[in-house]
Design a protein around this ligand. Structure first.
Ligand SMILES: Cc1cc2nc3c(=O)[nH]c(=O)nc-3n(C[C@H](O)[C@H](O)[C@H](O)COP(=O)(O)OP(=O)(O)OC[C@H]3O[C@@H](n4cnc5c(N)ncnc54)[C@H](O)[C@@H]3O)c2cc1C
Length: 401
């Protein structure tokens, strides 16, 4: 499991940016609770934010490890800023999961750079709704085809959307055939400056506060027929197949989440490692009862457990990333990796506060921020319980509810 030369170079390069640019800026942007455009611009200038980087990391490494390696370093730097840099990737993955090659080439680059101005652009993947997060069968946003104009008309409200309302490209999952549940969903591109799309409330969050999260309101949004990902013929075929009782492909949102789970695990891993390293150094310096606190087994063993959980998480993430590229998931290894790494991050960052004592509980030290940042990984891209559900169903072969 030794990383090769290319992977080590990538790791060092991203780590340099995380250490020099992200670490010093993390606290400020957490306090501001605003989208950190200057930091994302800097990432873009060095080629870390952009379609080319994503394509290189996703497609040119046959081991599948480049993406988790880069993401771990970014989130080691700062999770809120890391999410601001990686958020558009969710839209890109949403497009890649169901687009035709032509659609992929047209829309994915526009998630990073405005096609007309050449300026920085953002992308958003809009699946969750106010009344349906885990329960994807409960989506109400509808898309109706207008034959006369060859346009789709989209109506609904999306909730909790990363980069929602501030993006150039919104990828929207909508119901086109309500009678078919999740198999009646389709994904649409809403191009820049489309009338009827607006930002609803911006959420005030517990952590990753530099990342923008908001509602997206779609009020009679009309998009050209070519904005249906995969195309109408394919959609009609799928709907006809499902109506005949034959197997239909799993719907777009689920495919997106499956592909991105090891990467989300890597985000959590980066936060956990940051907190572990910081608390290890602190424990070697801080004295109580006339000795360094690490000389107490209760502190040293806590650190030993933290290190072990981090290594275990990385092992699962690397394996899931490799399987995603070279094989097929057999036991929901992607979900296992995400579940384990998220729990590890929440636990390790809480233990880090414990090791720092009163100082750990203040905003003078970064561990309280890392604890707030870690928690999101138990929630988004499938909650802890949804990962357990996916794994339980796979290992049992039963429809566990
Ligand atoms: C900061 C942030 C960013 C996000 N970014 C995006 C984004 O870019 N795009 C997007 O589409 N969504 C995004 N989300 C939404 C996120 O994916 C959802 O919040 C998540 O899927 C959970 O949905 P929910 O909040 O509606 O909770 P619910 O589904 O209502 O769940 C509430 C609780 O019930 C549990 N639960 C629900 N169903 C079951 C079950 N069957 N069995 C056992 N337990 C169950 C859950 O585990 C959870 O503990 C984001 C959320 C946040 C907070």
């Amino acid at each position: 499991m030794k990383l090769n030369e290319d992977q080590l170079t990538l790791q060092k390069w991203v780590h340099g940016f995380a250490e020099d640019v992200m670490r010093p800026a993390g606290e400020e942007w957490d306090e501001k609770e605003e989208f950190p455009y200057p930091i994302v611009e800097q990432a873009r200038e060095i080629g870390l934010y952009g379609w080319e980087f994503m394509a290189e990391a996703m497609f040119n490494d046959p081991t599948g490890l480049s993406m988790p390696i880069a993401i771990e370093e970014l989130f080691w730097g700062d999770a809120g800023l890391g999410m601001a840099i990686m958020g558009s990737g969710l839209a890109a993955a949403g497009i890649a999961s169901s687009a035709t090659p032509e659609q992929l080439m047209e829309w994915v680059p526009q998630c990073y750079e405005n096609a007309d101005t050449g300026k920085l652009a953002l992308g958003a993947f809009c699946a969750s709704e106010p009344d349906a997060g885990s329960d994807v069968g409960g989506y109400r946003t509808s898309a109706v085809y207008d034959e006369k104009t060859d346009e789709w008309v989209i109506n609904g409200t999306k909730a909790w959307i990363t980069n929602g309302g501030i993006s150039d490209i919104h990828v929207v999952v909508a119901v086109v055939e309500p009678s078919l549940g999740t198999k009646g969903h389709a994904s649409f591109i809403v191009p820049p400056n489309t009338k009827g799309l607006s930002q609803g409330q911006k959420y005030k969050k517990h952590g990753i506060r530099a990342s923008h999260t908001a509602e997206v309101v779609l009020d009679n949004v009309r998009v050209p027929g070519r904005c249906l990902l995969g195309g109408k013929d394919k959609l009609d075929e799928r709907i006809a197949r499902v109506k005949r009782g034959e197997k239909g492909n799993s719907q777009a949102a689920m495919q997106t989440f499956e592909a991105t789970r090891p990467a989300v695990g890597a985000q959590a891993l980066g936060v956990a490692r940051a907190a572990f390293e910081y608390s290890l150094e602190y424990a070697k310096e801080r004295e109580a009862f006339g000795r360094k606190i690490i000389m107490n087994q209760s502190i040293a063993f806590m650190l030993a457990d933290m290190a072990t959980e981090i290594e275990a998480s990385r092992g699962l993430i690397y394996r899931a990333a490799w399987l995603g590229k070279n094989g097929t998931f057999e036991k929901s290894e992607g979900s296992m990796a995400k579940l384990k790494a998220a729990r590890t991050a929440t636990w390790v960052t809480e233990r880090a506060i414990q090791i720092l004592g009163g100082y750990g509980y203040t905003r003078e030290y970064p561990v309280e921020r890392w604890h707030r940042d870690a928690k999101i990984h138990d929630i988004f891209e499938g909650t802890e319980q949804i990962q357990q559900l996916v794994i339980a169903r796979t290992i049992s072969g039963l429809r566990i509810e």
